[in-house]
Design a protein around this ligand. Structure first.
Ligand SMILES: NC(=O)C1=CN([C@@H]2O[C@H](COP(=O)(O)OP(=O)(O)OC[C@H]3O[C@@H](n4cnc5c(N)ncnc54)[C@H](O)[C@@H]3O)[C@@H](O)[C@H]2O)C=CC1
Ligand SMILES: C[N+](C)(C)CC(=O)CC(=O)[O-]
Length: 326
Protein backbone atom coordinates (compact mmCIF):
# COMPACT_ATOMS: atom_id res chain seq x y z
CA UNK A 1 0.00 0.00 0.00
CA UNK A 2 1.26 3.49 -0.75
CA UNK A 3 0.90 6.24 1.86
CA UNK A 4 -1.64 9.03 1.27
CA UNK A 5 -0.38 12.19 -0.40
CA UNK A 6 1.18 14.36 2.35
CA UNK A 7 -1.47 17.05 1.80
CA UNK A 8 -4.25 14.44 2.25
CA UNK A 9 -3.10 13.30 5.70
CA UNK A 10 -5.64 14.09 8.44
CA UNK A 11 -4.65 11.66 11.22
CA UNK A 12 -1.31 11.52 13.03
CA UNK A 13 -0.20 9.22 15.83
CA UNK A 14 2.31 10.31 18.48
CA UNK A 15 3.91 7.47 20.44
CA UNK A 16 5.64 8.58 23.64
CA UNK A 17 3.96 11.68 25.01
CA UNK A 18 6.62 13.41 27.11
CA UNK A 19 8.34 16.71 26.36
CA UNK A 20 8.83 15.98 22.66
CA UNK A 21 5.89 13.67 21.90
CA UNK A 22 3.63 16.17 23.65
CA UNK A 23 5.23 19.01 21.72
CA UNK A 24 4.66 17.18 18.44
CA UNK A 25 1.04 16.55 19.44
CA UNK A 26 0.58 20.29 20.10
CA UNK A 27 2.14 21.09 16.71
CA UNK A 28 -0.08 18.69 14.76
CA UNK A 29 -3.22 19.77 16.65
CA UNK A 30 -2.47 23.42 15.88
CA UNK A 31 -2.05 22.55 12.22
CA UNK A 32 -5.55 21.02 12.18
CA UNK A 33 -4.83 17.28 12.44
CA UNK A 34 -6.59 14.61 14.47
CA UNK A 35 -3.93 13.38 16.88
CA UNK A 36 -3.92 10.04 18.66
CA UNK A 37 -1.30 9.55 21.35
CA UNK A 38 -0.09 6.50 23.22
CA UNK A 39 2.28 6.34 26.20
CA UNK A 40 2.69 3.54 28.75
CA UNK A 41 2.86 5.93 31.73
CA UNK A 42 -0.53 5.94 33.52
CA UNK A 43 -0.03 9.66 34.24
CA UNK A 44 0.80 10.42 30.60
CA UNK A 45 -2.62 11.66 29.53
CA UNK A 46 -2.86 14.34 32.24
CA UNK A 47 0.75 15.43 31.60
CA UNK A 48 0.12 15.57 27.86
CA UNK A 49 -3.04 17.63 28.19
CA UNK A 50 -1.22 20.02 30.57
CA UNK A 51 1.60 20.41 28.03
CA UNK A 52 -0.83 21.07 25.18
CA UNK A 53 -2.75 23.58 27.30
CA UNK A 54 0.49 25.39 28.18
CA UNK A 55 1.52 25.49 24.50
CA UNK A 56 -1.85 26.61 23.16
CA UNK A 57 -1.59 30.38 23.85
CA UNK A 58 1.64 30.50 21.84
CA UNK A 59 0.03 28.51 19.04
CA UNK A 60 -2.99 30.83 19.00
CA UNK A 61 -0.58 33.77 18.64
CA UNK A 62 1.08 32.03 15.70
CA UNK A 63 -2.31 31.39 14.10
CA UNK A 64 -4.18 28.10 14.20
CA UNK A 65 -5.06 26.19 11.04
CA UNK A 66 -8.75 26.03 10.15
CA UNK A 67 -10.53 23.52 12.37
CA UNK A 68 -7.59 23.17 14.78
CA UNK A 69 -8.74 22.16 18.23
CA UNK A 70 -7.39 20.57 21.38
CA UNK A 71 -10.59 18.46 21.34
CA UNK A 72 -9.10 16.55 18.41
CA UNK A 73 -6.56 14.90 20.74
CA UNK A 74 -7.31 11.29 21.72
CA UNK A 75 -5.23 9.17 24.05
CA UNK A 76 -5.45 5.50 23.08
CA UNK A 77 -5.25 2.75 25.69
CA UNK A 78 -3.00 0.53 23.55
CA UNK A 79 -0.19 1.04 21.06
CA UNK A 80 -2.03 -1.16 18.57
CA UNK A 81 -5.19 0.93 18.89
CA UNK A 82 -3.22 4.16 18.47
CA UNK A 83 -1.61 2.97 15.25
CA UNK A 84 -4.46 1.07 13.59
CA UNK A 85 -5.69 4.02 11.53
CA UNK A 86 -2.55 6.17 11.54
CA UNK A 87 -1.54 7.99 8.36
CA UNK A 88 1.79 9.04 9.92
CA UNK A 89 3.50 7.96 13.15
CA UNK A 90 5.97 10.05 15.17
CA UNK A 91 7.84 8.05 17.81
CA UNK A 92 9.21 10.04 20.79
CA UNK A 93 10.05 7.39 23.39
CA UNK A 94 13.12 7.55 25.69
CA UNK A 95 16.55 7.67 24.08
CA UNK A 96 17.54 4.04 24.68
CA UNK A 97 18.67 2.00 21.72
CA UNK A 98 17.14 -1.38 22.71
CA UNK A 99 13.85 0.29 23.62
CA UNK A 100 13.73 2.11 20.26
CA UNK A 101 14.55 -1.09 18.34
CA UNK A 102 11.74 -3.06 19.99
CA UNK A 103 9.27 -0.19 19.87
CA UNK A 104 9.86 0.54 16.18
CA UNK A 105 9.30 -3.16 15.40
CA UNK A 106 6.00 -3.03 17.35
CA UNK A 107 4.98 0.17 15.58
CA UNK A 108 5.77 -1.39 12.23
CA UNK A 109 3.60 -4.40 13.06
CA UNK A 110 0.70 -2.21 14.26
CA UNK A 111 0.65 0.46 11.53
CA UNK A 112 -1.07 0.06 8.14
CA UNK A 113 1.37 -0.94 5.37
CA UNK A 114 3.11 1.92 3.59
CA UNK A 115 2.50 4.47 6.34
CA UNK A 116 5.71 6.28 7.30
CA UNK A 117 7.03 5.98 10.86
CA UNK A 118 9.47 8.64 12.07
CA UNK A 119 11.64 8.62 15.18
CA UNK A 120 12.44 11.79 17.13
CA UNK A 121 15.78 10.33 18.27
CA UNK A 122 18.38 12.96 19.13
CA UNK A 123 21.26 11.02 17.71
CA UNK A 124 20.86 7.31 16.91
CA UNK A 125 21.27 6.48 13.24
CA UNK A 126 18.14 4.75 11.89
CA UNK A 127 20.35 1.92 10.60
CA UNK A 128 20.96 0.98 14.25
CA UNK A 129 17.28 1.23 15.21
CA UNK A 130 15.52 -0.49 12.29
CA UNK A 131 17.13 -3.89 12.92
CA UNK A 132 14.08 -5.67 14.39
CA UNK A 133 11.31 -4.36 12.11
CA UNK A 134 9.66 -6.59 9.53
CA UNK A 135 9.44 -3.63 7.14
CA UNK A 136 12.36 -1.28 7.85
CA UNK A 137 11.81 0.55 4.54
CA UNK A 138 9.30 3.00 6.05
CA UNK A 139 11.31 3.81 9.19
CA UNK A 140 13.27 7.07 9.28
CA UNK A 141 14.45 9.83 11.59
CA UNK A 142 12.52 13.09 11.92
CA UNK A 143 14.60 14.93 14.52
CA UNK A 144 12.79 17.92 16.03
CA UNK A 145 13.91 20.76 18.31
CA UNK A 146 12.32 21.63 21.59
CA UNK A 147 9.56 22.75 21.54
CA UNK A 148 8.51 21.08 18.27
CA UNK A 149 5.40 23.29 18.18
CA UNK A 150 7.55 26.42 17.80
CA UNK A 151 11.02 25.59 16.49
CA UNK A 152 10.64 25.04 12.73
CA UNK A 153 13.60 22.75 12.05
CA UNK A 154 13.26 19.00 11.56
CA UNK A 155 16.19 16.92 10.30
CA UNK A 156 15.05 14.02 8.12
CA UNK A 157 17.27 11.06 7.30
CA UNK A 158 16.78 7.38 6.53
CA UNK A 159 18.82 4.34 7.45
CA UNK A 160 20.53 1.84 5.17
CA UNK A 161 17.26 -0.09 4.79
CA UNK A 162 14.94 2.91 4.44
CA UNK A 163 13.22 3.48 1.10
CA UNK A 164 14.33 6.89 -0.27
CA UNK A 165 10.69 7.44 -1.29
CA UNK A 166 9.70 7.28 2.39
CA UNK A 167 12.33 9.94 3.19
CA UNK A 168 11.04 12.16 0.40
CA UNK A 169 7.45 11.61 1.57
CA UNK A 170 8.30 12.56 5.17
CA UNK A 171 10.12 15.70 4.05
CA UNK A 172 7.07 16.77 2.04
CA UNK A 173 4.72 15.91 4.89
CA UNK A 174 6.66 17.90 7.52
CA UNK A 175 6.85 20.78 5.06
CA UNK A 176 3.07 20.61 4.62
CA UNK A 177 2.67 20.93 8.39
CA UNK A 178 4.79 24.10 8.43
CA UNK A 179 8.16 22.67 9.48
CA UNK A 180 11.47 23.76 8.00
CA UNK A 181 13.07 20.56 6.71
CA UNK A 182 16.70 19.58 6.18
CA UNK A 183 16.85 16.26 4.35
CA UNK A 184 20.20 14.59 4.89
CA UNK A 185 21.57 12.24 2.25
CA UNK A 186 23.67 10.26 4.75
CA UNK A 187 23.58 9.28 8.41
CA UNK A 188 25.67 11.24 10.88
CA UNK A 189 25.42 10.49 14.62
CA UNK A 190 23.76 13.58 16.11
CA UNK A 191 22.74 14.72 12.61
CA UNK A 192 23.78 18.31 11.85
CA UNK A 193 22.44 20.60 14.55
CA UNK A 194 23.08 18.32 17.53
CA UNK A 195 26.63 17.71 16.39
CA UNK A 196 27.11 21.48 16.55
CA UNK A 197 25.20 21.89 19.81
CA UNK A 198 27.13 19.04 21.39
CA UNK A 199 30.46 20.78 20.77
CA UNK A 200 29.19 23.88 22.57
CA UNK A 201 27.62 21.84 25.36
CA UNK A 202 30.82 19.84 25.93
CA UNK A 203 32.83 23.02 26.32
CA UNK A 204 30.20 24.45 28.71
CA UNK A 205 30.47 21.33 30.89
CA UNK A 206 34.27 21.58 30.91
CA UNK A 207 34.08 25.20 32.04
CA UNK A 208 31.68 24.37 34.90
CA UNK A 209 33.70 21.28 35.90
CA UNK A 210 36.88 23.35 36.06
CA UNK A 211 35.27 26.31 37.80
CA UNK A 212 36.18 28.48 34.80
CA UNK A 213 32.68 29.92 34.32
CA UNK A 214 29.30 29.70 36.03
CA UNK A 215 26.15 28.38 34.40
CA UNK A 216 24.81 31.92 34.32
CA UNK A 217 27.95 33.32 32.66
CA UNK A 218 27.83 30.58 30.04
CA UNK A 219 24.16 31.24 29.29
CA UNK A 220 24.67 35.04 29.20
CA UNK A 221 27.67 34.62 26.91
CA UNK A 222 25.32 33.16 24.30
CA UNK A 223 22.09 35.12 24.86
CA UNK A 224 23.92 38.47 25.07
CA UNK A 225 26.40 37.52 22.35
CA UNK A 226 26.48 35.06 19.45
CA UNK A 227 22.95 33.76 20.10
CA UNK A 228 21.53 37.09 18.95
CA UNK A 229 23.17 36.64 15.56
CA UNK A 230 22.41 32.93 15.22
CA UNK A 231 18.64 33.50 15.28
CA UNK A 232 18.84 34.80 11.74
CA UNK A 233 22.35 34.13 10.37
CA UNK A 234 24.25 30.88 10.80
CA UNK A 235 27.77 30.60 12.22
CA UNK A 236 29.48 30.37 8.82
CA UNK A 237 28.00 33.49 7.24
CA UNK A 238 28.35 35.31 10.57
CA UNK A 239 32.08 34.53 10.63
CA UNK A 240 32.44 35.56 6.99
CA UNK A 241 31.47 39.04 8.18
CA UNK A 242 34.30 38.82 10.74
CA UNK A 243 36.63 39.00 7.74
CA UNK A 244 35.38 42.48 6.82
CA UNK A 245 35.52 43.24 3.12
CA UNK A 246 37.84 40.25 2.72
CA UNK A 247 35.01 37.98 3.82
CA UNK A 248 35.60 34.33 4.70
CA UNK A 249 38.98 34.22 2.93
CA UNK A 250 40.40 36.96 5.15
CA UNK A 251 38.70 35.48 8.20
CA UNK A 252 40.44 32.12 7.54
CA UNK A 253 43.83 33.77 6.87
CA UNK A 254 43.50 35.84 10.03
CA UNK A 255 41.96 33.39 12.51
CA UNK A 256 42.71 30.02 10.90
CA UNK A 257 45.81 29.45 13.04
CA UNK A 258 43.75 29.75 16.23
CA UNK A 259 41.98 26.53 15.24
CA UNK A 260 45.13 24.86 16.56
CA UNK A 261 45.13 26.94 19.74
CA UNK A 262 43.77 25.24 22.86
CA UNK A 263 40.39 26.99 22.75
CA UNK A 264 38.48 23.74 22.80
CA UNK A 265 38.92 20.42 24.59
CA UNK A 266 37.33 17.85 22.38
CA UNK A 267 37.15 14.94 24.85
CA UNK A 268 33.86 14.81 26.76
CA UNK A 269 34.25 15.58 30.48
CA UNK A 270 33.44 12.94 33.10
CA UNK A 271 29.87 13.59 34.24
CA UNK A 272 30.69 12.94 37.90
CA UNK A 273 28.53 13.90 40.89
CA UNK A 274 30.31 17.25 41.39
CA UNK A 275 29.69 18.34 37.79
CA UNK A 276 26.13 16.99 37.87
CA UNK A 277 25.34 18.92 41.07
CA UNK A 278 27.14 22.00 39.76
CA UNK A 279 24.96 22.04 36.63
CA UNK A 280 21.71 21.45 38.54
CA UNK A 281 22.49 24.09 41.19
CA UNK A 282 23.78 26.51 38.58
CA UNK A 283 20.57 26.19 36.56
CA UNK A 284 18.46 26.72 39.68
CA UNK A 285 20.46 29.90 40.38
CA UNK A 286 20.10 31.04 36.77
CA UNK A 287 16.33 30.43 36.92
CA UNK A 288 16.26 32.88 39.86
CA UNK A 289 12.98 31.66 41.30
CA UNK A 290 11.21 31.12 37.96
CA UNK A 291 9.36 27.79 37.80
CA UNK A 292 9.65 25.41 34.88
CA UNK A 293 6.20 26.61 33.68
CA UNK A 294 7.41 30.25 33.93
CA UNK A 295 10.48 29.40 31.85
CA UNK A 296 8.41 27.54 29.22
CA UNK A 297 6.12 30.57 28.86
CA UNK A 298 9.13 32.92 28.69
CA UNK A 299 10.86 30.72 26.10
CA UNK A 300 7.73 30.37 23.97
CA UNK A 301 7.16 34.14 23.93
CA UNK A 302 10.85 34.71 23.16
CA UNK A 303 10.79 32.31 20.20
CA UNK A 304 7.62 33.92 18.83
CA UNK A 305 9.14 37.41 19.21
CA UNK A 306 12.29 36.30 17.37
CA UNK A 307 10.28 34.61 14.61
CA UNK A 308 8.18 37.74 14.23
CA UNK A 309 11.16 40.10 14.31
CA UNK A 310 12.99 38.06 11.68
CA UNK A 311 10.00 37.72 9.36
CA UNK A 312 9.43 34.01 9.91
CA UNK A 313 5.86 33.94 11.13
CA UNK A 314 3.37 32.33 8.73
CA UNK A 315 2.74 34.73 5.85
CA UNK A 316 5.86 36.80 6.54
CA UNK A 317 8.31 35.66 3.83
CA UNK A 318 11.63 37.47 3.82
CA UNK A 319 13.87 37.40 0.72
CA UNK A 320 17.04 35.38 1.18
CA UNK A 321 15.79 33.48 4.16
CA UNK A 322 14.71 29.91 3.40
CA UNK A 323 12.30 27.72 5.28
CA UNK A 324 9.66 30.20 6.39
CA UNK A 325 6.87 28.16 7.95
CA UNK A 326 3.67 28.42 5.96
N1 LIG B 1 14.01 16.68 25.17
C1 LIG B 1 14.53 17.23 24.07
O1 LIG B 1 14.97 18.39 24.07
C2 LIG B 1 14.58 16.46 22.79
C3 LIG B 1 14.38 15.08 22.76
N2 LIG B 1 14.38 14.43 21.55
C4 LIG B 1 14.16 12.99 21.48
O2 LIG B 1 12.77 12.74 21.70
C5 LIG B 1 12.61 11.46 22.32
C6 LIG B 1 11.80 11.64 23.57
O3 LIG B 1 12.49 12.49 24.46
P1 LIG B 1 11.72 13.35 25.55
O4 LIG B 1 10.38 13.70 25.09
O5 LIG B 1 12.67 14.43 25.95
O6 LIG B 1 11.60 12.31 26.76
P2 LIG B 1 10.56 12.30 27.95
O7 LIG B 1 11.18 11.52 29.03
O8 LIG B 1 10.04 13.66 28.24
O9 LIG B 1 9.35 11.47 27.33
C7 LIG B 1 9.46 10.12 26.97
C8 LIG B 1 8.07 9.51 27.05
O10 LIG B 1 8.14 8.19 26.55
C9 LIG B 1 7.33 7.36 27.37
N3 LIG B 1 7.76 5.98 27.22
C10 LIG B 1 8.51 5.22 28.05
N4 LIG B 1 8.66 4.00 27.55
C11 LIG B 1 7.99 3.98 26.36
C12 LIG B 1 7.76 2.98 25.39
N5 LIG B 1 8.26 1.76 25.49
N6 LIG B 1 7.01 3.30 24.32
C13 LIG B 1 6.49 4.55 24.17
N7 LIG B 1 6.68 5.51 25.07
C14 LIG B 1 7.42 5.24 26.15
C15 LIG B 1 7.49 7.94 28.76
O11 LIG B 1 6.40 7.53 29.60
C16 LIG B 1 7.53 9.43 28.49
O12 LIG B 1 6.24 10.01 28.56
C17 LIG B 1 14.02 10.92 22.55
O13 LIG B 1 14.35 10.05 21.50
C18 LIG B 1 14.88 12.17 22.52
O14 LIG B 1 16.19 11.91 22.14
C19 LIG B 1 14.56 15.10 20.35
C20 LIG B 1 14.75 16.45 20.34
C21 LIG B 1 14.81 17.24 21.55
C1 LIG C 1 19.19 17.86 24.51
N1 LIG C 1 18.94 17.24 23.19
C2 LIG C 1 20.16 16.63 22.71
C3 LIG C 1 17.94 16.18 23.41
C4 LIG C 1 18.45 18.32 22.31
C5 LIG C 1 18.01 17.95 20.95
O1 LIG C 1 18.06 16.82 20.48
C6 LIG C 1 17.51 19.05 20.05
C7 LIG C 1 17.12 20.34 20.71
O2 LIG C 1 15.97 20.54 21.04
O3 LIG C 1 18.02 21.18 20.91
Amino acid sequence: MTPPEPADVTRVTCVGAGVIGGGWAAHFLARGYDVTAWDPDPEAESKLRRLVDAAWPALVQLGLAEGASRDRLTVAPTLEGACAEAQFVQESAPEQLDLKRDLLARLDAATPPGVVIASSTSGYPMTDMQTEAADPSRLLVGHPFNPPYLIPLVEVVGGERTDPDAVAWAARFYDTTGKSVITMDRELPGFIANRLQEALWREALHMVANGEATVREIDDSITEGPGLRWAFMGPCLTFALAGGEGGMAHMLDHFGPSLKAPWTRLEAPELDRKLYDGMVTGCAEAAAGRSSADLVAERDQGVIDVLRATGRLPGQPVPGRGGAPS
